[in-house]
Write a protein that binds this ligand. Structure first.
Ligand code: ZN
Length: 516
């Protein structure tokens, strides 16, 4: 430690700071592997030991990130007369380390510990309340979560310079994005999505989802998953592989650069469920794996935000994975791999079935068009809770009213309503908007890509994903976390956030499928 304190030159201080950041990254990736193992391989009795391991590692990470040495290195670096000579990457690294340091040191340890404890209780009670369809059981625990998050939000608002406490929570996932910006974007998105949904529903040309109901044994689905991974250039097989696919109840992605793993869930009677999970998670995984290698271990060598992450998973799952071009290449392959299970299905019926637009009650089962309406309901409620306009006790009724208004569905009980997601019990307020922002970004990224690669759809129908990957790598992945989301979007697309491109993409795609 004394070495670092006596280091005099700017670059020595900078290197010392980056060495700290690297240790933090390595520690966090170790926690990540333990979390992955907990969901995939751990025997049931391991849970107590595992929670101790994870809790100790998170204490170490907190200590490492809030070490006063970091604060002192940052002030030495920033007050150095040569600070302006640091390059853009170096200054961004200092900024990101300072942001993390200030946010972590601002929150009292008591509040952090209490929130962690309440999180575990709230998730447990949420599971029971959801099983017994009883919101009154969950309500007091959710009220405590909201109260703790509100305290944190007020403190973080000052550190982050966010306009409102809720904005400080959003900033954790989508840096510097605010509810005042998101509100009008989502209003426009909502109007556009409702109109597209209504046109699809009014069309006489309805898909037949029955063509997707085929029995495909699990080991066959595993081979399909591997072949999809190889299509999107996510290596899970070779001697140099940096990925793997395992099985969990809910699919997720976990990892960093050379070791990024995904999971899926195989339903034997519904094989397309895993197909789209694998494409979605592989979109997350390949974003992580194609970040600039030279920036590994540096704060700048990370993905930009949750919204950008989701833009990549949805891009691969929907824009590529649910396109006619992809299936003109892949349906014959699927027929071959599944040994005739889809033998009688033609391309047109298949593509219409996987793109069926049908408003539903459950977010995770939603189609591409109605998905963001689910998110907008959650955003509006979260924003109003933290603005003091809505009480936790009012959530079920408001939820049901919004579902009736935006999606035209009648929620029968709170388990299929306000209690369907784990996010709020898990304290992730401010996370939901990034799902819908990701879709909006994906529309803009698509528009920008089409200017450079007008032929990209033909490459996909030839089974070649590499031009798309190459473009994303060059224009998006190579920038890592060098910019906040708004600035990154401008760099990649030349424009500020704009809903038009995503809506145009949907109108053109679904207009063709439904004939309007
Ligand atoms: Zn995702």
């Amino acid at each position: 430690m004394t070495d670092m304190e006596t280091a005099s030159s700017l670059l020595e201080n900078y290197d010392a700071l980056l060495a700290r950041a690297k240790e933090l990254v390595i520690l966090m990736t170790a926690s990540g592997v333990l979390e992955w193992d907990m969901e995939t391989k751990m025997p049931p009795r391991g849970i107590i030991l595992r929670s101790q391991q994870l809790s100790l590692l998170s204490q170490f990470a907190h200590r490492l990130g809030t070490d006063p040495v970091i604060g002192s290195l940052i002030s030495k670096i920033e007050s150095d007369p040569g600070f302006g000579e640091l390059n853009e990457v170096q200054r961004r690294n200092v900024h990101l380390i300072r942001k993390n340091y200030e946010e972590q040191t601002k929150l009292p340890e008591k509040l952090v510990a209490e929130t962690a404890r309440q999180r575990a209780i709230a998730i447990d009670v949420w599971k029971k309340a959801k099983a017994s369809r009883d919101f009154s059981l969950f309500r007091p625990e959710l009220e405590k979560v909201v109260d703790l998050k509100a305290q944190a939000a007020v403190m973080l608002k000052d550190v982050k310079g966010s306009p409102t406490p809720y904005d400080a929570l959003v900033d954790d996932f989508e840096p510097r994005m605010t509810a005042a910006q998101i509100g009008p974007i989502f209003d426009e998105l909502k109007a556009g999505l409702i109109s597209i949904t209504q046109r699809c529903q009014a069309s006489p040309r309805q898909p037949n989802p029955g063509v997707l109901e085929r029995f495909v044994p699990m080991d066959v689905q595993r081979r399909v998953a591997e072949s999809l991974a190889s299509f999107v250039l996510y290596d899970v097989k070779s001697g140099q592989a940096g990925g793997r696919i395992d099985e969990t109840e809910h699919p997720f992605t976990q990892g960093y650069y050379d070791d990024v793993r995904i999971t899926t869930h195989y339903h034997e009677k519904n094989p397309t469920s895993s197909i789209f999970s694998v494409l979605h998670e592989a979109g997350h995984a390949t974003y992580e794996q194609n970040l600039p290698g030279g920036w590994m271990y540096q704060p700048v060598g990370a993905a930009c935000s949750s919204g950008f992450h989701e833009s990549q998973s949805r891009f691969v799952e929907n824009i590529v994975g649910r396109s006619t071009e992809f299936w003109s290449f892949y349906l014959p392959k699927l027929k071959e791999l599944t040994d005739g299970a889809f033998a009688d299905v033609d391309l047109g019926s298949f593509v219409r079935a996987i793109n069926q637009v049908k408003p539903s009650k459950i977010r995770v089962e939603a189609d591409e068009v109605t998905y963001c309406l689910h998110i907008i309901v959650r955003f509006e409620l979260e924003r109003d809770i933290f603005a003091g306009k809505v009480k936790v006790s009012e959530l079920p009724q408001l939820w049901n009213e919004k579902y009736a208004e935006y999606l035209g569905v009648k929620i029968e009980n709170d388990s299929e309503g306000v209690m369907q997601d784990t996010h709020w019990a898990a304290t992730y307020f401010g996370y939901f908007p990034s799902y819908a922002l990701g879709n909006v970004y994906s529309g803009q990224i698509l528009h920008a890509m089409e200017r450079d690669l007008p032929d990209w759809r033909n490459s996909i129908s030839r089974g070649d994903f590499s031009p798309v990957r190459g473009w994303l790598r060059e224009h998006l992945y190579s920038l890592g976390n060098l910019y906040d989301p708004t600035d990154l979007l401008r760099r990649v697309t030349g424009e500020d956030i704009n809903v038009r491109y995503y809506l145009d993409y949907l109108r053109s795609k679904y207009g063709e499928l439904y004939g309007f």
